[in-house]
Each structure stands twice: as structure tokens, then as C-alpha cells.
Design a protein around this ligand. Structure first.
Ligand code: ARG
Length: 497
């Protein structure tokens, strides 16, 4: 590539780009491509035009364009502060503010289109501003660097989108709690090692899911508290010699306070790590719930009936109704785990303060946030429309000696040490198996007494699946009454969340 006009913009794919001067260009028709100032922000430094391919490689607009409105909000507050502090003329500050407002509206209505040739969202917005206002547009970047600007935009974006994600999470918990309430006393087998273990209730199982999701909700909230500091005014890394009012801009942008240290402000991505981790953990939860659903939907279990609208068929096997949505959510948990590892690896060993590597931070977190939002929506819809085969669940409690622990507890109540009670019941289970009986209730009292004289007629009352589940009234237990209390507690947490 031959020497090029200083300050020019790289031309990609032979497309002609022109350098525009002050306020020359206004977009007229809706969606018409408006030329920005045309110069890359750092054009003064290099005599040679950047190589088009290399420029495109380092450009980030395809990813950071979703920060457009946050970038504009940050610039408006920054410009107003510059005016107030007398760093730029008040008139210029007012005109910058008004023009940035217009740019936001033009983007919203589609009157202004993103220039795919722009380097990033910051240079795109500043370029349009400069094209429209000339030198007044060129004033906006005083005391600021794209390093603090991008840290600000990223935080602003998360401050407005993570609450939406939390609302989706809360809504999902509500859907599950409604079902938990409906099925608070519907008995089903609880599993350990995927072997039938003890009778629980469907409400108990669904509340278990909710307990995990409620922690996710609070994890996102925690991350938002630490994220709530404004990096604007940190400059490239060292702060500014201009009399910036950082407290003013932080407050105007809705932050609790400015960040403490300018170098940390441009280097730190803890907030992204925390949110990426919260996303990955939420997805791990969803993947486990979905695994339960996939198992329950199998012919072998037949505990759940997914509505037809939330299932798919097979292209070859006409009889199939597949739980594809549950499987896909389970699968998508993988990418959020990958996104977290990608971000951790990106940050590992990065020298202080800003490095271009950091530009890679947004794509993976955006993907995780999008994935969690979409999966919560789908999971909710799938669960809301699902029906449960309560008869089948109850029947699955019979025949596997799920009441054995309760028989042992019966003996403990009568004073027998637990280890001895465990042994006595284990022997009765063996007796039953030898006699072809499938539950302790089928074992005659005389036979039971051979293993422990403490058994009386009333033992049989303690052995039905609903009696077993109903007896578990300890806080957190499976008893319907206790499940209803758990539901109330979770609902209360949701109203405070
Ligand atoms: N697009 C960049 C990012 O996302 C903005 C900051 C660029 N700063 C710089 N000094 N190159 O990180």
C-alpha cells in the first residue's frame, strides 16, 4: 500500500471513503449512510494509512455497537461537566449535548446507520458529532480516553441490562413456585445416585430448583453493587490534569461513586468476570434442571408430559416427541462455561493498565447474558406448559423400599440406637426380597418382630409414601407443610429482590 493522505480512513474492499469536513454531512433519508468525520481518532500519529485488513481486524464496532446509547449517555454527561468546569465553553457543551441527543434519536429511528467501517462505537459517535458540529464536536474528548470511556460504557450497559436478566430470573422462579404450590403434596421418589432413595414431593423438588435460582438472583445483585462505580475521568490510565469533576459525572450517570484508582479503572474487568461467572452458574443450574426433565420425559420415567408446542419430532421416527428444548438449554450451559474461561484466560497475566486484549472482553459476556436470557425464557415456557403424571410419580414410590429409613426412624423413636435400627430394617428388607414382597408394608408384623420386638401394629401407618414425605417436617424437609413454608420464604425474597 502506497503512502496515503494523513488522517485518512482505511478503505476496505476497494470501497471509496471520503474525508468529510465540518458539519458537511447530514443524513437526509431514513437509514441513509451518514459520513462521520472520516478520520480515525489517532490519525495524527501515523503518516501512513492503516492497512485495510489490519484495520478491520482490530475494529470492534460489530460487537460494541450495542453500547451506542451508553456511549452517548456518557459523552453527554462528560460534555456537560466540561462546560460546567469551564474546560470548554458552556455554549459548546450545550450544542454537544443537543447534538448527541439528536444522534441517539437518529440511531433509534434508523435515520442514522452504523458505519461498518468505523473502528469502534466511540470513534463512530465522536466522528458523527464532529461531522455535524465541527470544532465543537472535537472538544468532547477533553480529559477522556477511550480506555475510561469503554470501561464506562460497558458498566452502563450492564447496569441497565442485568436488572432485566434478574427480572427474567425472578419470573422463572415465580413460575416454578406456582407449580411447587400446586404440587406441594404430590409424592414422588427423591433420588440419590439416580436410584430411588426416599419419598419426597414434587413441590419439594421444584423448590430445590428455586433455591438455586434465588442464589443466582442474589449473585447478580451482588455483582451490580460492586460494579456501581464510575471509571469516567480516569483517562488513559493516570487521571487528568484538567479540573474534571468526577463526583459530578458519577452521580449524573447514576453511579454510587467514582472509582478509587484511575489505573485500576481502565485495567479492571472484575465486574465482567463476576457476571460471566453468575451467568455460567445460572446455566449450570438450568442444565441440571433440564437433565431432570429429559429423564422425567423418558418412557421409562414418564413423570412429565411436555406440551407439544415445547417439544419436537423426529425426521425419521414418526412416533418421537423429543425434549429438544431442555436438551438445548443443557447444551448451552457449555458455552457460558467456555465464555467464563475465555475471560479468565484473557485477563491472566495482562500487564497494568489497559491493553488492547481487553477489547475481547465484551463479546463473551454479551453472549453469556444473551444465552441466559433466552434460556430462561424458553425454560419458563416449557415448564409453564408442562403437565405432571402424578399417578406415575406416586406409583414409583412403591416397591423400592423407599420407606426403609422411616421404619428405622420408627425404631429410633422407640429408643433403639440408629445403627441397630438400620441393621434390623436391612434384615427385614432381605426377608422381604427372599419372600418376594416388594415393600415393608407387605411384611407381616410377626416377621418384623423377629428382627426387632419394638415393632407394633402402628408401624404400617408410618410406611406409606405420603406418610414418609409428610413426616419430614424439619426445616427444609419434604413435608407438604414445610414445602409451603419454603415457598412463602422464597416469595418473600422475590418481593425484596
Ligand atoms: N474498542 C476498544 C475496547 O473495546 C476501546 C478502547 C480502545 N483504546 C485504545 N487505547 N486502543 O477496548
Amino acid at each position: 500500500m502506497g503512502p496515503a493522505k494523513k488522517g485518512g480512513r482505511p478503505s476496505a474492499g476497494g470501497k471509496k471513503t471520503s474525508v468529510r469536513r465540518n458539519g458537511e454531512s447530514r443524513s437526509k433519508a431514513a437509514g441513509e449512510r451518514e459520513k462521520n468525520s472520516g478520520a480515525v481518532l489517532w490519525a495524527g500519529r501515523t503518516a501512513e494509512k492503516p492497512d485495510a485488513g489490519a484495520f478491520a481486524f482490530q475494529a470492534s464496532l460489530p460487537v460494541d455497537r450495542r453500547l451506542a446509547f451508553d456511549d452517548i449517555a456518557g459523552s453527554r454527561v462528560h460534555a456537560a461537566m466540561l462546560g460546567k468546569q469551564g474546560i470548554i465553553p458552556a455554549k459548546a457543551a450545550a450544542r454537544i449535548d443537543a447534538e448527541l441527543g439528536r444522534i441517539a434519536r437518529d440511531l433509534e429511528t434508523g435515520k442514522l446507520a452504523f458505519d461498518e467501517g468505523a473502528e469502534d462505537i466511540h470513534s463512530f459517535i465522536e466522528g458523527i458529532l464532529t461531522a455535524r458540529l465541527g470544532d465543537e464536536g472535537r472538544m468532547v474528548h477533553a480529559g477522556r480516553s477511550r480506555n475510561d470511556q469503554v470501561a464506562l460504557d460497558f458498566r452502563l450497559y450492564l447496569k441497565r441490562t442485568v436488572p432485566e436478566l434478574r427480572a427474567g430470573l425472578a419470573e422463572t422462579i415465580r413460575v416454578l413456585l406456582d407449580q411447587a404450590e400446586k404440587y406441594a403434596s404430590a409424592v414422588m421418589p427423591g433420588y440419590t445416585h439416580l436410584q430411588r432413595a426416599q419419598p419426597v414431593t414434587l413441590g419439594h423438588h421444584l423448590c430445590a430448583w428455586c433455591a438455586g435460582l434465588e442464589r443466582d438472583l442474589s449473585r447478580f445483585a451482588d455483582a451490580l453493587v460492586r460494579l456501581d462505580e464510575c471509571p469516567l475521568g480516569s483517562g488513559a490510565l493516570a487521571g487528568s490534569g484538567l479540573p474534571l469533576d468526577r463526583a459530578e459525572t458519577a452521580g449524573a450517570l447514576g453511579f454510587a461513586r467514582p472509582t478509587l484508582n484511575s489505573m485500576d479503572s481502565v485495567a479492571d474487568r472484575d465486574f465482567a468476570l463476576e457476571l460471566s461467572s453468575a451467568c455460567a452458574i445460572t446455566m449450570i443450574h438450568l442444565s441440571r434442571f433440564c437433565e431432570d426433565i429429559v429423564i422425567w420425559a423418558s418412557e421409562e420415567f414418564n413423570f412429565i408430559e411436555l406440551s407439544e408446542a415445547w417439544s419436537t419430532g423426529s425426521s425419521i421416527m414418526p412416533q418421537k416427541k423429543n425434549p429438544d428444548f431442555a436438551e438445548l438449554i443443557r447444551g448451552k450451559a457449555g458455552r457460558t462455561a467456555g465464555n467464563l474461561v475465555a475471560l479468565l484466560t484473557l485477563l491472566k497475566g495482562l500487564p497494568y493498565a489497559y491493553d488492547k486484549d481487553l477489547q475481547e472482553d465484551k463479546e463473551s459476556l454479551f453472549d453469556s447474558l444473551d444465552t441466559v436470557g433466552a434460556c430462561l425464557r424458553i425454560f419458563r415456557g416449557m415448564m409453564q406448559s408442562a403437565s405432571f403424571n402424578l399417578k406415575r410419580m406416586k406409583a414409583a414410590c412403591a416397591g423400592g423400599f423407599l420407606e426403609a429409613t422411616d421404619a428405622a426412624d420408627y425404631l429410633v423413636r422407640k429408643g433403639l440406637p440408629f445403627r441397630k435400627a438400620h441393621e434390623a430394617v436391612a434384615l427385614i428388607v432381605r426377608d422381604c426380597v427372599a419372600a418376594g414382597r416388594r415393600s415393608l408394608s407387605q411384611q407381616p408384623l410377626a416377621e418384623m418382630k423377629k428382627r426387632s420386638p419394638l415393632f407394633e401394629e402402628d408401624v404400617y401407618r408410618a410406611l406409606s409414601p405420603s406418610a414418609c414425605a409428610g413426616a419430614r417436617t424439619t426445616p427444609g424437609g419434604a413435608a407438604p407443610k414445610e414445602v409451603r413454608r419454603q415457598i412463602r420464604t422464597l416469595r418473600k425474597k422475590l418481593t425484596k429482590a
